[in-house]
Write a protein that binds this ligand. Structure first.
Ligand SMILES: *Cc1c(COP(=O)(O)O)cnc(C)c1O
Length: 395
């Protein structure tokens, strides 16, 4: 249960629809397994899944069975691939989920449980071609894979593999992984004639058309964050639109003389007379402490740096170089006090992520400042805060 406190997160369903349509264009209409794990990367899995289902998405993908059960309870009827969790056979059958299997033992249990209930269920099979996480080893477990064709309670409806570095400009290893996957395919597809083959994550959807095969499994790009390393040449058609905007209130602005230290640890000291704002967002709200003295926010369409350590509940921002702060005052009805100092300015929004006045802060930039990846930023801000979904297209 999230208690409303720090930032407000706005999710554009129109942006996600646009991104989904771009994926369809880039893959020439291949089947899309839309990855909505971790609450759709902080974007709200049920809202996102309901919209994608209306658009006719082939399948949804989550990590764990309880995530899929939430979607079923939210009214989702589309097939749901469960990437990691294949041990809760009863739930998988009860909620009509499609587990990805990466070990013979799990396949046996699923098959036995399905038969006990007089059923047969679909499974997909994970092949480890170089991710080194889960999956039947592409070159060592061919017998175990073939044996899956003999299980009566399961039908192998798909084979999948996962790239470990399809985001890199150097595609050597991604190509090797695809080659391994395709070699196995040519050896065993005769035994599994009904199976589809899929491998491409967001980075591969954008950069590696040969890997699109029968279906693709994007997550990140559906939410509009960039999946490739910065100097990668992007296809023109890959104009993904960020779906998440994160707004925080400016609680307070005051004028501080030179030589004053700001926040815990005194890591920032004012070099001049400064206007220091207090932003209602801290690490409790998923705004990482690693952003201390690194991040920028948008205030009135201008960039302003975060100064000093980010606290649990608030962060300080240097507004000294922001022009038109009077504009802030004008926007605030009922403020009688002239000047900026000491004003409570509850109507002012500071953007932590988003676009304002032609300027933009993306999740990838915030991630780079914090020394992490956009995935982690989207998930932590999206899941910690109150969210609203908007659909600018009114659909
Ligand atoms: C998370 C995940 C994806 C989606 O990855 P993105 O990089 O977000 O596109 C696809 N497949 C599997 C197995 C995953 O775990």
């Amino acid at each position: 249960m999230n208690i409303k406190r720090g930032p407000a997160v706005e999710i554009s369903l129109a942006a996600i629809r646009h991104n989904y349509e771009l994926v369809q264009g880039l893959t020439h209409g291949k089947k899309v397994v839309a990855t909505v794990k971790a609450d759709a990367y902080g974007h709200g899995a049920i809202d996102v899944a309901l919209m994608l289902e209306k658009l006719g998405v082939y399948c949804l993908g989550v990590a764990y069975a309880p995530e899929a059960i939430e979607l079923r309870k939210g009214g989702i009827r589309a097939p749901i691939l469960v990437y990691f969790d294949n041990i809760t056979a009863e739930d998988i059958i009860k909620y009509n989920l499609t587990p990805i299997v990466y070990g013979a033992g799990a396949a046996d249990i699923l098959s036995a449980e399905a038969l006990r209930q007089g059923r047969q269920i679909d499974i997909h099979v994970d092949i480890d071609t170089g991710m080194g996480r889960v999956g039947f080893l592409y070159d060592r477990e061919s017998e175990a894979i073939r044996a899956l064709s003999r299980l009566k309670g399961v039908r192998v409806a798909g084979f999948m593999s996962h790239f470990s570095e399809a985001d890199l400009k150097d595609r050597t290893f991604a190509e090797l992984q695809l080659e391994r996957f395709l070699r196995l395919k040519s050896e065993i597809e005769g035994l599994f004639t009904e199976a589809i083959w899929h491998m491409a994550n967001s980075a591969a959807v954008m950069s590696f058309p040969e890997s699109h095969l029968d279906a693709v499994r994007p997550g990140l790009i559906l939410y509009g964050a960039d999946a490739l390393e910065p100097d990668y040449k992007r296809p023109k058609a890959a104009a993904f639109r960020p779906a998440m905007t994160v707004k925080a209130r400016l609680l307070h602005i005051r004028r501080v003389p030179p030589g004053r230290s700001i926040s815990y640890g005194r890591t920032f000291v004012t070099a001049r007379e400064s206007l220091v704002g207090v932003v209602a967002a801290g690490y409790a709200d998923g705004y990482p402490r690693a952003l201390s003295n690194k991040a920028h926010v948008l205030v009135n369409g201008q960039f302003a740096p975060i100064i000093g350590r980010i606290c649990m509940d608030v962060a300080m921002v240097d507004l000294t170089d922001c022009a038109n702060l009077n504009g802030i005052r004008e926007n605030c009805e009922g403020l009688a006090t002239p000047g900026i100092e000491g004003l409570a300015t509850p109507c002012v929004e500071v953007l932590l992520i988003g676009r304002q006045g032609g300027k933009e802060i993306t999740a990838s930039e915030v991630a780079a400042w914090a020394g992490t990846i956009s995935y982690e930023i989207l998930i932590s801000l999206g899941r910690a805060n109150e969210r609203v979904h908007v659909d600018e297209d009114g659909l």
